[in-house]
Design a protein around this ligand. Structure first.
Ligand code: BES
Ligand code: MN
Ligand code: MN
Length: 455
């Protein structure tokens, strides 16, 4: 393994240049006009994986954007098989004017790689290609069998990958899954994530008068759609910060002893939360720490809200329409479709009959949780400790990667979430960045991981 680690260090600048090439491809999955770029990214990856020495690498079609598959299976039948998952699509860039450098012209400032996708997830997933390339080039073989599955639709809710995994369950069969698409707890504090929340994403549309009305001529006679929307949103939560949708908590698994012990080990002071958010005062359910609230409890969030006039100065109208995007983060054993139904059933009961209220489901994904005492988790913990010199903390995370639960259900393979981002790295926001040093060390940690797992 020493040879591989040495080579990883020697080739740092080469590895950086290749990542920059990847980051220059604007593979935004949520924007249809960028889909040719998403495809170009997939083809570019196949070339990289072939050059890395994989026995096979190809673009595979789905109902939507393509999946990139690759494999190296020469470790023998007794060695474990690891399925590496990542995503090569990225979020949109707006607001563009807040970027200090162009989102698709990567640049290093202060030891960080700035670009859309630098940390989520291109930089992290590309480290996996460089890790296997380095092992093969230095040692001739990897101590485990490897399969790679890179998705181009994660940022739009993974609409096609479930069917793909079911259809190709034989091809994808593995003992465990390895994913780098999460973050450290803080600088110098590696974290292994053992649970992710699920997601149900809804949209509420309120339609009132057939056009915007003069608020003087009609005010006081019309139930204003923007007001109705505000009233609906206000009724989604109780005063104690719990979600008011009937049945919402019915399937929520209470935090286990292990969960509470793990959460207590995580040093996440309010001051860190204040720094990360720019807020003074935390909000949320009583009886749960910040770590427990974000990883172990379900929520309901307003992502966006619109209606009427919001330009300069005043405009006296009663708007014809108002709307909101609302998502709910879910924990085991909540079912995203069932939650969507509970939401859709609840809204009419709190909406007045004066207006037309439409509820649509936009996307959904299951929550997931994996045991922390598996051999894979131990191998990952040792890998992180070897590279960063401290043992990782174990925590559940608030974000979602929908396909993780599908791997569990269809392949019977649990995921190790060994991510290398940092809390301030601005995932999904302007000036997204990935610590340059973490990119190189990620490659080393992955090299350690495969050797630990085999040994
Ligand atoms: N990498 C994130 C998920 C993530 C972020 C996990 C932070 C843990 C900590 C992923 O790319 C993502 O953004 N997922 C979306 C899923 C959604 C589009 C269905 C999310 O969590 O909002
Ligand atoms: Mn991601
Ligand atoms: Mn993301």
């Amino acid at each position: 393994m020493q040879k591989a680690l040495e080579m990883a260090r020697e080739k740092r600048s080469e590895h950086l240049n290749k990542l920059f090439e990847f980051l220059r491809i604007p593979s935004i999955s949520t924007e249809t006009e960028r889909h040719p770029d998403v495809r170009r990214a997939a083809e570019w990856l196949v070339d990289q994986m072939t050059a890395a020495g994989l026995q096979e690498a190809r673009v595979m079609e789905t109902e939507g954007l393509p999946i990139v598959y690759g494999e190296w299976l020469e470790a023998g039948p007794d060695a474990p098989t690891v399925l590496v998952y990542g995503h090569y699509d990225v979020q949109p860039v707006d607001p563009l004017n807040l970027w200090q450098s162009q989102p698709f012209e990567p640049e290093i400032r202060g030891g960080d790689i700035y670009a859309r996708g630098a940390v989520d997830d291109k930089g992290q997933m590309f480290a996996h290609i460089k890790a296997v390339e380095t092992i093969l080039a230095s040692e001739g073989r990897v101590p485990v069998n490897l399969k790679f599955l890179f998705e181009g639709e994660e940022e739009l809710g993974s609409p096609s990958i479930d069917a793909f995994v079911e259809e190709h369950a034989g091809l994808l069969a593995a003992d465990s899954v390895l994913v780098s698409d999460t973050a450290f707890l803080a600088e110098g504090k590696p974290m292994l994530v053992y649970g992710l929340r699920g997601l149900t994403y809804m949209e509420i549309l309120v339609d009132g008068p057939h056009h915007d009305l003069h608020s003087g001529a009609y005010g006081g006679t019309v139930y204003n759609p923007a007001q109705v929307l505000a009233e609906i949103i206000a009724k989604l939560h109780n005063d104690d910060a719990t979600v008011a949708i009937p049945g919402f908590y019915d399937r929520v698994r209470e935090l286990s002893e292990t969960d509470r012990e793990a959460a207590a080990q995580v040093d996440y002071p309010v001051t860190q939360w204040q720094q990360e958010t720019g807020m003074d005062k935390p909000w949320g359910e009583a009886g749960y720490s910040l770590i427990e609230r974000r990883g172990g409890r379900p929520t309901c969030e307003v992502n966006g809200i619109w209606g009427g006039y919001s330009g300069e100065g005043g405009k006296t109208i009663i708007p014809a329409h108002a709307g909101a995007k609302i998502s709910m983060r879910l924990v085991p054993d909540q079912d995203p479709d069932e939650i969507a139904q509970l939401f859709a059933d609840f809204i009419p009961t709190i909406a007045p009959e004066h207006v037309r209220v439409t509820v649509n489901k936009l996307s959904g994904g299951w929550p997931s949780i994996t045991p922390i005492d598996s051999p894979e988790m131990k191998a990952a913990a040792a890998a992180l400790q070897a590279v960063w010199g401290v043992p990782p903390v174990f925590s559940r995370e608030g974000g979602s990667i929908p396909v993780i639960s599908t791997f569990q259900k269809v392949l019977g393979a649990s995921a190790v979430l060994m991510g290398f981002g940092l809390p301030g790295s601005k995932m999904h926001a302007p000036n997204e960045h990935f610590k340059e040093d973490h990119y190189y060390k990620a490659i080393e940690a992955i090299i350690h991981y495969y050797h630990n797992l085999a040994g």
